[in-house]
Design a protein around this ligand. Structure first.
Ligand SMILES: Nc1ncnc2c1ncn2[C@@H]1O[C@H](COP(=O)(O)OP(=O)(O)O[C@H]2O[C@H](CO)[C@@H](O)[C@H](O)[C@H]2O)[C@@H](O)[C@H]1O
Length: 490
């Protein structure tokens, strides 16, 4: 099969969060299985260009219809760790992708509507006729709309779209200007409940809803979250739309790229280890302490790696920090976020704890440090308020850091409580709590820290259980291929 991935992120060149990892990991898995995969991305000025091999311009005259006129684009090609990538660079005064960061601008819906339109033009004019166009999140929700409403008639009538939703909270709710920009025009047609009209704001369209309505299949990133999105408020207003389209909606658990994230070969950690030789892990703990100026003492290290966003349960993260210190653990945090208030809050916390040799807060994005934290920590907290899948708990397990998670979304599908799960003992791989309040996380953390101090052999067994779990792309790749096979034009 020939698959074109259309995405606003790709690890490691353009990564804000888990979307980037998934697009890379899934593409790689599909290629390993013999399928042809090409990835289309915006050419951001802030990408990590040294991770792109052989980048060169293949065209500088892709004319993209826009607002009744056109925008000239250059198209670049390069390999990102073996993946074939096309980068679209528009030349207009809007400077859509020359802004120094990936998201966070008032015209984000317009920026990515342009990207969606340009991707369609690129495929049309460069004779790309994939079996499957695989889009991700609200940024590319307009692709299936454009395909069905415009490009099918121009010769792209055999292309089918699979749409993966990584986060229902961000939907791209915007005004009709996007329709005029992309040539969809006809607001009276698209401002309709059955099409793009936002389910709550009747003066706005919703790009993610467009993605759901117009795609041939819609996936969210874990089975449990597919249920939550339909039957609880976690669909953020799209539950009704999912109910209407339930016959083409399902959950597929994300995988983790076990090649990139491999404690046996990881180039970012000083000591390699595996499930048969966990001993090697502890040199990484020393290295982590050295790197972050933590005191060397006989204590477990509790960590948090992730975006600093309300989604992640910031009040619980902060509480866990103080509780861990109180229980005799050390605490390490690596994170950053789009919300200035939350970021500032953690900067204050960092200054407040500056002299404390048992904790370190690193505010920023640092891929290499993330690897060292997974490898050097003993426990990893994921106290999310909602979590469509969650990669941190899976990465932590891969590196023998025991996850302490809240029972939501994909965390339910991947972490099984040591004391309370009904799974067989060898599949129990972490700690799970239910309520989003302080006593709940305290109890789970106390259990885990208690085990570390009082029953080290038992803790070691939990570490190896976690490491032995298989969350590679092998299974999820098969599920996606089944979906592709089901919808493709035969
Ligand atoms: N400051 C930092 N420095 C270095 N690395 C950092 C970092 N902050 C985060 N990361 C990395 O980014 C990834 C985050 O993964 P998550 O599953 O938490 O994704 P996120 O919530 O962004 O995305 C959404 O999409 C993903 C993918 O589908 C879903 O798993 C998830 O539930 C959903 O919310 C991990 O690889 C983590 O190591």
């Amino acid at each position: 099969m020939f698959i074109v991935m259309v995405s606003s992120e790709l690890a490691p060149v353009a990564k804000v969060g888990g979307l980037a990892d998934v697009v890379f990991g899934l593409s790689r898995e599909l290629e390993i299985r013999g399928h042809a995969v090409e990835i289309v991305l915006p050419k951001y000025d802030c990408m990590w260009y040294d991770e792109i091999w052989g980048l060169h311009k293949i065209a500088d005259n892709l004319s993209v219809p826009w607002h009744g006129s056109s925008v000239n684009c250059s198209v670049w090609f390069g390999f990102v760790h073996g993946r074939k990538c096309f980068f679209i660079e528009p030349h207009s005064q809007d400077n859509f992708f020359q802004r120094g960061s990936f998201y966070g601008f008032h015209d984000d819906p317009m920026r990515f509507a342009f990207f969606s339109k340009a991707t369609m033009e690129f495929m049309l004019k460069f004779d790309k006729r994939p079996d499957i166009i695989h889009c991700h999140d609200w940024q590319t929700g307009l692709v299936p709309v454009l395909l069905y409403e415009i490009y099918a008639r121009l010769g792209m009538d055999r292309q089918r779209v699979v749409y993966t939703i990584h986060n229902f909270k961000h939907q791209g709710v915007t005004g009709e200007a996007v329709l005029w920009g992309t040539g969809l025009c006809r607001p009276e047609y698209f401002f309709h409940y059955d099409r793009l009209l936002d389910n709550f704001n009747h003066t706005a369209i919703n790009l993610m809803k467009g993605g759901i309505v117009y795609s041939n299949y819609v996936v969210t990133v874990s089975p449990h979250h597919s249920w939550e999105a339909r039957f609880t408020d976690q669909g953020y207003g799209l539950g009704q739309t999912l109910a209407i389209h339930h016959y083409k909606f399902g959950g597929i658990l994300n995988g983790v790229d076990y090649d990139l994230w491999n404690p046996e070969t990881d180039r970012f950690i000083p000591s390699h280890f595996n499930v048969w030789n966990v001993e090697g892990k502890y040199a990484n703990k020393d290295a982590l302490r050295e790197r972050l100026w933590l005191r060397k003492e006989f204590k477990p290290i509790v960590a948090y790696v992730g975006r600093l966003d309300a989604q992640k349960g910031v009040h619980l993260i902060q509480h866990a920090l103080f509780h861990a210190l109180e229980k005799g653990a050390q605490f390490v945090l690596l994170g950053t976020g789009g919300d200035r208030g939350i970021n500032n809050h953690f900067w204050h916390l960092k200054h407040y704890l500056n002299e404390n040799a048992d904790c370190h807060l690193e505010i920023g994005f640092n891929e290499q440090l993330a690897h060292l934290i997974y490898a050097g920590s003993d426990l990893m907290i994921v106290p999310s308020l909602f979590e469509p899948c969650g990669l941190t708990q899976m990465l932590a397990m891969r590196y023998g850091s025991v996850p302490v998670v809240r029972a939501v979304g994909g965390l339910v599908d991947t972490v099984f409580d040591r004391d309370h799960s009904d799974k067989p003992p060898e599949l129990r791989c972490g700690y799970v709590f239910h309520d989003a309040d302080f006593p709940a996380i305290e109890s789970a953390l106390s259990r885990s820290i208690g085990l570390w101090y009082n029953y080290p052999k038992e803790f070691r067994r939990l570490v190896t259980n976690a490491m032995a779990m298989d969350y590679s792309w092998a299974q999820s790749g098969t599920h996606y291929l089944n979906v592709y096979e089901q919808v493709r034009c035969k």
